[in-house]
Design a protein. Structure first.
Length: 350
């Protein structure tokens, strides 16, 4: 059985990673947390897991096959460098780093050391996303030309956490937290982003809590990616416009739905295809986030572990390049070309 070491046991570590690791049939062998309450939670949740104080102690645990980093975003690079130096395959929660340059340096370091590295882009495995991917791939709405992806919440009273309080250089803010998902999903659907225009604001928290990106993909599709904590009426999670129809999906983890007519018709369908007043439900393309860790387990047994990992870490470099360009766009009020570190600018290619 694959033995997993988990660094961090807060909302991400305990609430997301640990259950998925267990449900994928992997062994959570050790957890790093110095918080006494969280160590007690580890003992209650996983009695056979060893609890240690920090990442350094975790890396000394014998027999670990992979280490998962569920630590604050601003520490990902420093922590991943330690895991790579120890020669242990590494899963890093998104975002891989706080900017594209640091992400590329980490990817290069892992490649040079020949240590497998992947990024926890778990939203690729939601059935809502896999169904949207089927709609796009099978052209169920015809040729797509615009896609709106939203992650909108109603939080008039802000939470007091590091994500809401830390500056971007330390991993705080909605761009790194949620647009690392939204950009990744858009790129998976429509290919690399060539330009971006963005508005970014801090409305209720020290870190930004409201951001909207207009991304022009090399394929010609435009994606509108919005995330905010101050939407009194959250919009549809997905609205895909195609030449023949529109696909709308609005059920997501029991979030508030102020547009009840867009709710899924039943448990076997996800979203609707609209043609004016006519509509039809779309069958769900089954998937679960557990599949990510199943894929990690399978990759560790593969001949080429890095190639078999579920997420290419280079994808995260491009995602962060889009986010970096979005920050520049918001500051300057202009459309910005996305230049991914390690690639040549398009003007030079021409």
């Amino acid at each position: 059985m694959v033995r997993v070491g988990l660094a961090g046991y807060a909302s991400a570590g305990r609430g997301i990673h640990a259950p998925l690791i267990r449900d994928a049939g992997l062994e959570l062998a050790a957890v790093a947390t110095s918080n006494p309450e969280r160590r007690a939670e580890v003992a209650a949740d996983f009695p056979d897991a060893l609890a240690v104080d920090d990442l350094d102690a975790l890396l000394k645990v014998e027999g670990l096959d992979v280490v998962v980093l569920a630590t604050p975003s601003g520490s990902h690079v420093e922590h991943a460098e330690k895991v790579i130096a120890a020669g242990i395959p590494c899963v890093v929660d998104k975002p891989l780093a706080v900017d594209a340059d640091d992400a590329l340096a980490l990817v290069d370091a892992a490649a040079h050391a020949e240590v497998p590295l992947t990024v926890f882009q778990n939203r690729r495995y939601d059935s809502q996303f896999t169904t949207l991917a089927t709609v796009v791939a099978d052209r169920l709405a015809g040729e797509p030309f615009r896609c709106e992806l939203r992650w909108e919440r109603w939080r008039p009273v802000a939470k007091d956490r590091w994500r809401e309080n830390a500056p971007p250089t330390e991993g705080g803010g909605i761009l790194l937290d949620l647009h690392s998902h939204l950009v990744d999903m858009a790129v998976q659907l429509f290919g690399p982003v060539e330009t971006v225009f963005a508005t970014v604001a801090s409305r209720t928290t020290p870190a930004e809590d409201d951001a909207f990106l207009v991304c022009r993909h090399e394929s010609g599709v435009t994606s509108h990616l919005g995330a905010t904590s101050v939407a009194g009426a959250p919009g549809p999670r997905v609205r895909l416009l195609g030449r023949d129809a529109a696909y709308v999906q609005n059920d997501f983890e029991n979030d508030i739905n102020v547009f009840p007519d867009t709710a899924d018709s039943d448990g076997e369908h996800c979203g609707w295809l609209y043609r004016g007043e006519e509509r039809e439900p779309v069958p769900t393309t089954p998937s679960t986030q557990v599949d990510f860790y199943r894929a990690v387990g399978a990759a560790l047994a593969a001949e080429d572990v890095q190639a078999a990992m579920p997420v290419d870490p280079s994808d995260a470099v491009h995602t962060l390049a889009v986010i970096d360009a979005a920050r520049t766009s918001a500051e300057d009020g202009r459309v910005v070309e996305v230049i991914t570190p390690g690639t040549r600018p398009r003007a030079e290619e021409a």
